[in-house]
Design a protein around this ligand. Sequence first.
Ligand code: ADP
Ligand code: UDP
Length: 243
Amino acid sequence: MKKDTHINSGKTKSLFSTDHEDDLIIEFRNDTTSFDGKKFAQLNNKGMINNYFNAFIMEKLSQAHIPTHFKALLSHTESVVRKLDMLPIEFVVRNISAGSLCKRIGIKEGMTLRPPLFELFLKNDSLGDPLINEDYVTTFNWGAREEIIRCRELTFQVNTILQPLFLEANILLVDYKLEFGRSNGELFLGDEFTPDGCRLWDSKSREKLDKDRFRQNLGQVIESYEVAGRRLGINFPHIEEGG
Ligand code: ADP
Ligand code: UDP
């Protein structure tokens, strides 16, 4: 696999074309951002931890028949993925109240949500990723109604697969964000599943093991990502000082 041209760099990952037309290389960088990019830091080993975390979860989802873009780990910080035409939408499922939901409707963090809540956000940092609904997607031509129905179904299937997986590791899957894209007329789960894009709490103490540690200046950010990963059984490579 030959790494070709740099295609784009988002806030935390970079994409490169390859000598295979349908494949991309996705590089997880050490960059960490929150509040739509307004808070920024570089955290040692984050790229590597997230690359391995993502590979582990994507493989579990593929085994459970979720179509994902993930193909293979390429290096400590890079993976090969299927090139997708991404929908500009974030698909969120919440099992427990936290984050923007609490602010929006004035509820406390930590309420169990039954049934779990499904939300759509437009992926647009300058607008602060506004909450939208299915009708916006069709009216503004961001996707077909059937595509949104399929993404919703896949997003809930992911919950059914991952909730027990995390629970076995004594972790509550509080909420998560997914992104989907098209390839040859089919929808695939793209982007990443890492502690950057979900909330993970220790099931007893409710200690946070995700990006809220960065958002809320709780410290031990990457150490907590690693704790969550190790509990799931992920074998991270030897962690280098300053890597
Ligand atoms: P952002 O700042 O947009 O959150 P990231 O740093 O996460 O960006 O960069 C990843 C970008 O690559 C995102 O825009 C995401 O939608 C896109 N992306 C993720 N997976 C794929 C894929 N398989 N094919 C094409 N684009 C992808
Ligand atoms: N999320 C994300 N990217 C975003 C916005 C949210 O990955 O641009 C994730 C976030 O980590 C959490 C879930 O989606 O797991 C719900 O986030 P919320 O709406 O509470 O947003 P917050 O304001 O806390 O980012």
